[in-house]
Design a protein around this ligand. Structure first.
Ligand SMILES: Cc1cc2nc3c(=O)[nH]c(=O)nc-3n(C[C@H](O)[C@H](O)[C@H](O)COP(=O)(O)OP(=O)(O)OC[C@H]3O[C@@H](n4cnc5c(N)ncnc54)[C@H](O)[C@@H]3O)c2cc1C
Length: 267
């Protein structure tokens, strides 16, 4: 699912993921279209973070599937021949091992869609099963600058990266959201420039592309991280690699969703 070249994977922070059987502890509407869900469990007190854009696969079983208990990685594997979960990817926004808690931010793009609909209705004590964390994008201290580009699905990852980059590292972030109500407070260093783009009635990603092509990149070596709808990411890759001549290894551009397709077709 990742757009990273094979050699880059070697450098990604990698602690192995595992199955987590959790309960929803809190749901907080951080914006009208974004729900922050706090997952809790005893085993999250031992959660090992991979940092930045680490994500998990949420497991959605059909309601008639009776899960064996305790539901472990092995039990899930054994169940595969009889029942396969549908998987949906979500980024870890923050984690508090001391409280056994992990937060993820869900874009509410449609109440009748699997993960989005689940998040819209989620309530304390609901069970949530997920596998993770994935490896994460390493923040290379050797780089002179970083560019972060994404829509609201990428906002959790961008927020973590802005928090984790050194305070004096030059970073430009382009973030496209539906409207001003969807902006979130972000913690950044002194040399960070964040541009919020309000989509309004425009197609997804159009503003991101317009602004990405106008970005002034500083001199020296830097890296571009981006995530958005698949066709937008394709255009971003074309722009930075073909038009601007950036080394492909200096870009990390990932499709986070595909217009008109469920994530079932990608896993
Ligand atoms: C590595 C990774 C990390 C991700 N992290 C996050 C995250 O932290 N928060 C988050 O909200 N999303 C995140 N996403 C995106 C999320 O996985 C997709 O949006 C996913 O398709 C949502 O599942 P669903 O069941 O709601 O919709 P699906 O069943 O997959 O799709 C149903 C329909 O909704 C459309 N659709 C899907 N997503 C959107 C959207 N955002 N806006 C408008 N239409 C949409 C599809 O095109 C399709 O037509 C991430 C994706 C990846 C690959």
């Amino acid at each position: 699912m990742s757009g990273a070249p094979a050699h880059e994977h070697r450098h990604r922070a990698q602690r192995p993921g595992r199955l987590h059987v959790t309960r929803v502890r809190r749901v907080h509407r951080v914006t009208p279209r974004m729900a922050r869900i706090t997952f809790a469990s005893e085993d999250l007190t031992r959660f090992l973070s991979n940092g930045t854009d680490q994500h998990v696969a949420m497991y959605f079983y059909e309601p008639w599937v009776v899960l064996p208990r305790p539901f472990t990685t092995e039990a899930a594997r054994e169940l595969l021949s009889r029942a396969r979960p549908r998987l949906r990817r979500y980024t870890i926004r923050s984690h508090r091992p001391e409280m056994g808690e992990v937060d993820m931010d869900f874009v509410l793009h449609g109440g009748d869609q699997l993960a989005s609909g689940w998040a819209e209705k989620a309530a304390p004590d609901d069970e949530a099963i997920w596998f993770g964390p994935s490896p994460a994008y390493p923040l290379d201290q050797e780089q002179d600058w970083t560019v972060l580009i994404g829509d609201e699905t990428a906002l959790p990852a961008i927020a973590v990266m802005l928090e984790q980059l050194p305070g004096n590292h030059p970073v430009q972030a382009l973030i496209e959201v539906a409207d001003a109500d969807e902006e979130l407070p972000l913690t950044t260093g002194i040399d960070a420039r964040v541009t919020w783009l309000h989509r309004g009635r425009r197609p997804h990603g159009r503003l991101l592309l317009e602004h990405a092509t106008r970005l002034k990149l500083p001199g020296g070596s830097g890296r571009v991280w981006g995530a958005a709808e698949r066709s937008v990411v394709r255009e971003l890759r074309r722009h930075f690699v073909r038009d601007r001549g950036l080394d492909r290894a200096a870009t990390h551009l990932t499709a986070y969703w595909t217009k008109g397709e469920t994530q079932d077709s990608e896993v």
